[in-house]
Design a protein around this ligand. Sequence first.
Ligand SMILES: NC(=O)c1ccc[n+]([C@@H]2O[C@H](COP(=O)([O-])OP(=O)(O)OC[C@H]3O[C@@H](n4cnc5c(N)ncnc54)[C@H](O)[C@@H]3O)[C@@H](O)[C@H]2O)c1
Length: 387
Amino acid sequence: MVVGSKLGALLAANPRIAWARANMALVGAVGATIGTALDGLRIGVSLHLEPKTAVLLRVLADAGADIVATGNLGTTQHDIVAALRDDGLDVFGSRSDDPRAHHANLERVIDSDPDLLLDNGADLYALVLDRGVPILGGTEETTSGAMRLRGELGAIDVPVIVINDSPLKAIVENKHAVGQSIVEGFLHVTNLMPQGRRFVVYGYGWCGRGIAHYARSVGGQVAIVEIDEIKALEAAVDGYRVLGADEAPEWGSVFITATGAEGVLAAADIEKMAEDSVLVNAGHFDREIDVPGLAEMAAAVEAEGPSIERYRLASGKSVVLLAEGRMFNLAADGARGNSIESMDLGFSLQALSLARVAVGGLDPGPQSVPDDINRQVAAAMVERMMS
Ligand SMILES: NC(=O)c1ccc[n+]([C@@H]2O[C@H](COP(=O)([O-])OP(=O)(O)OC[C@H]3O[C@@H](n4cnc5c(N)ncnc54)[C@H](O)[C@@H]3O)[C@@H](O)[C@H]2O)c1
């Protein structure tokens, strides 16, 4: 059942957007409850431009917001940009944008003088802080962006609601949906048999837990590398092998990073891996696997299918990198991202949080999704799942 605002005819003309909207009842209904909070405000957006995002942007525009949006590096889908533009939204960027072109897109968003930001990785906040651009505040989708906002970027003096801090998003999206889409994507792209294969998951946070769970559910053997002793203990009692970063390269055959940290798989680790080892990144930024270091060690790089590249190392060994080390469940060939319903939940949190920031009264700085919003969206999702 579709509740709340309907999709406009132009967006519905794109069948992938229409399918997403038909399964995003929560955000449709939430849009109708925002009232006038976003009326006349400009929202600067940097978010993966795919069908589910198109639904969110339409909902925000229907609530009266003026949208200026670009994508994230390497995941922008051309037909979605075209559909949103035809629908009258100011959206730009392409999948082939290099880091420089992407940065220019981010600058264009900031040059539009947004009142609020909806960011995914804190690149827009970095620009705003750098230039001293006044904003009311906004939302940040990811763990990686939250880490930057609480660390290297220094103090931000407006409220920023960190969507990833919501226990709902962590459970539904990071754990279950990322686990599902990363493992499904691996099977789809490689066409390999998972049974008995040795998966090493780096990070036993929300995403890592889900990836490990799904890899085991399709018959894989799974080991965890985790720097936090308590999470390492959790992995052990959940029944996984726990390995040190120094021993994992020799044990595994598929290596999946999900940490939010940089250089988790260093060139020296890759050198120790067995022939044909496969490297996958699930983290937000393409820096978890040291791809430049890998390229330096390589005598040759050969494409062996869409999103599959074999790096022939000078040592004589070869390893396989999927989707250039970018966020695999969105950047890989045929990738469709996380399940529609999980994004419906996350985007409902986004829309309600943006409206809360717009209304005012929050303390400055990065902060969690207000408890009442979490409970409202949790209740709506349970009701939908049980109906
Ligand atoms: N692919 C997707 O669709 C998707 C969705 C949500 C989040 N993410 C991204 O995935 C990453 C992880 O998110 P999360 O929600 O699981 O975060 P989290 O904070 O719950 O978990 C990260 C874990 O990694 C561990 N860790 C950090 N550095 C490590 C290292 N060098 N070696 C081993 N473990 C290490 C931490 O101790 C922590 O337990 C982030 O970059 C996030 O933005 C991706």
